[in-house]
Ligand binder design. Structure first.
Ligand code: ADP
Length: 287
């Protein structure tokens, strides 16, 4: 469903070159729930931006569903984005619209028929447990409730993949738990969920796959086993990597340069290889 193959992302400006992702390989299957964790500057937002096609990789390939993101034309991008539901830390609701209209608006902008909207909006509002608040305004809702509205909006257009960028970042712990519980329920109905989070306690409570990024690299990728041993080991090795490279208070980390250059085949010692000998073990070159 989602595949990153040897993806490197370098940001360049006049003074700085930053390697945000460094030769990352990730495969996420349809129906998976994946937490993406890592210190500030680890590359989490870059990963999401690449998935949303807000950025393009410097190197490598990204496939999402049937889309090769490197080959999407400018005109295809909005259609591609409509196939995914996106939830942000700061909810991004329209303050002058009711819960119902916030959700309906997401459908109206893509010219959905009013009849379909009238049917679908109550359905998704119900799914997130806010039937009784359909006509409330965002400022009448708690943070957790606002995030549920954002989730309903993400689901309104039948997205089969939800990308959530720190969805619990502005929500109290109990509500945070409920939001991840809700995402888990949606996941159980087949929706793929990719959630970036800093909330280690939540990650520990839910038995989902965890990908840990550090300095633009995947340093751990795994699911908890029954006793939690395997993931604890993965967390431990990631923590060690974070401790070595990142300040404990999660200040932004300055990533190292990417190894962008192709690896050189070592020069044979002494004389050059005999005529006709192949040093390229993958073969095929020049044929
Ligand atoms: P995270 O989301 O894990 O905090 P980011 O993906 O935002 O990490 O950032 C990874 C690295 O790339 C950081 O060093 C950050 O400063 C850098 N970076 C992110 N976006 C840009 C940009 N638009 N221009 C230059 N550097 C960037």
């Amino acid at each position: 469903m989602v595949e990153l193959k040897n993806v490197t992302k370098v940001y360049e400006n006049e003074t700085h070159t930053t390697c945000a992702l460094d030769d990352v390989n990730i495969k996420i299957n349809k129906g998976e729930f994946v937490f993406i964790v890592g210190a500030s500057g680890a590359g989490k937002s870059t990963f999401l931006k690449l998935l949303m096609r807000e950025e393009t990789p410097t190197k490598g390939t990204i496939i999402v569903k049937d889309y090769d993101l490197g080959k999407l034309s400018r005109r295809q991008i909005p259609y591609y984005r409509r196939t995914m539901g996106i939830v942000f830390q700061d909810f991004r609701l329209i303050p002058t619209m009711s819960v119902y209209d916030n959700v309906a608006f997401a459908m109206r902008v893509i010219n959905t028929k009013e009849k379909v909207i009238r049917n679908r909006v109550p359905q998704v509002i119900n799914m997130v447990g806010l039937k009784h608040k359909a006509h409330s305004m965002p400022n009448e809702l708690s943070g957790g409730e606002q995030q549920r509205v954002a989730l309903a909006r993400a689901l309104a257009n039948n997205a089969d993949i939800i990308i959530a960028d720190e969805p619990t970042g502005n929500v109290d712990p109990q509500m945070s738990y409920e939001i991840v519980e809700l995402l888990t329920k949606l996941n159980e109905t087949g929706t793929t969920v990719i959630m970036v989070t800093h909330a280690h306690d939540l990650v520990r409570k839910f038995n989902h796959r965890v990908i840990i990024l550090n300095n633009g690299k995947v340093v751990a990728d795994g699911k908890i086993d029954k006793k939690g041993g395997r993931r604890r080991a993965a967390e431990k090795s990631a923590k060690k990597a974070e401790d070595e490279k990142a300040p404990a208070d999660e200040e932004a980390v300055e990533p190292e340069d990417c190894a962008l250059e192709e690896e050189q085949t070592p020069e044979p010692e002494g004389d050059a290889a005999p005529d006709g000998a192949k040093t390229n073990t993958e073969g095929g070159e020049g044929q």
